[in-house]
Design a binder for this molecule. Structure first.
Ligand code: COA
Length: 252
């Protein structure tokens, strides 16, 4: 059990809240495990009709905890991060995200699996995998170019470009943008509205819209192989060291 992830159920909506505010909600293995467990339970629980992700503090999440990554590289299929990513793919219930601040790495790529993505005006999305000597995960190397085109996706993945909230909506990564104090109200309203829809029709619609689950899962497997290789690379060591020393990495 970790208090860095909070879960609650109200109005048949499971809310999963990032709660590691002193570290910008960077996600540890324990946090992935807590989210994967909550999502697996919800998937087979008829009393839960929608799942909402949100966060305490000023960040949505700074993505994977980089130190956890270096010290405990998740190299096996049953690693908590892999379990969490699989739950995103097999989720039957609609996923809603209320993104209050910066969303980095998996904080961004998980949004590609969400059905309704509401951003605060303060939200910024960033996927600096290459800057960290990593490769995209969560099937984002497939989903993001398919959603926004190769040229826009390359700026995000290869240059590590940050996307602000309005631009995220324009390119089709977000559903809508709200003033910070209106975000959670809007997201909760959408989640509760979804929880009242005909569940079979809603879940079938999600399934149809998402495309071929096997193709998405196969890309995740391919990505995680390369991701695992990079995790063990000297490049990654230099990137994490540079982050800890608050300096630019030098990849030679
Ligand atoms: N892993 C581990 N710790 C992290 C982290 C991460 N991904 N992101 C932030 N933190 C920690 C910082 O080390 C700092 O800890 P400290 O107070 O003990 O020094 C604390 O969270 C606050 O972060 P800080 O960098 O001071 O906040 P900021 O507002 O200046 O910047 C970010 C916020 C998110 C832009 C910046 O922290 C960042 O770039 N983080 C790394 C993001 C990343 O690369 N994620 C991995 C993607 S795969």
């Amino acid at each position: 059990m970790t208090s860095d992830i909070l879960t609650s159920v109200e109005n048949r909506v499971l809310t999963i809240t990032f709660n590691r505010t002193d570290k910008k909600n960077a996600i540890t293995a324990a946090m992935y495990a807590a989210m994967a467990d909550a999502m697996a339970d919800a998937n087979d629980n008829d009393a839960i009709r929608a799942i909402m992700f949100t966060a305490n503090g000023d960040a949505f999440t700074a993505g994977n905890d980089l130190i956890d990554f270096r010290d405990n590289p998740p190299l096996t299929d049953d690693a908590p991060v892999s379990r969490f990513l699989r739950e995103l793919v097999v989720a039957k219930k609609p996923l809603i995200a209320a993104v209050n601040g910066i969303a980095v790495g998996v904080g961004f790529t998980m949004l590609l699996h969400c059905d309704i993505v509401y951003l605060s005006e303060a939200a910024q999305l960033q996927a600096p995998f290459v800057d960290l000597a990593l490769v995209p995960e969560a099937a984002s190397s497939l989903l993001l170019p398919a959603r926004i085109g190769h040229a826009q996706a390359a700026e995000i993945f290869m240059l590590g470009k940050r996307v602000n909230a309005e631009d995220a909506k324009t390119i089709g990564v977000a559903s809508d943008v709200f003033a910070p104090d209106a975000l959670l109200v809007a997201a909760t309203k959408a989640a509760v509205a979804l929880s009242k829809k005909a569940p079979a029709a809603l879940q079938a619609t999600k399934r149809l819209m998402r495309g071929d689950k096997d193709v998405i899962s196969a890309r995740m497997v391919e990505e995680s192989k390369l991701f695992g290789q990079q995790l063990l690379s000297p490049e990654l060591g230099e990137a994490v060291m540079a982050f800890m020393q608050k300096r630019e990495p030098n990849f030679g």
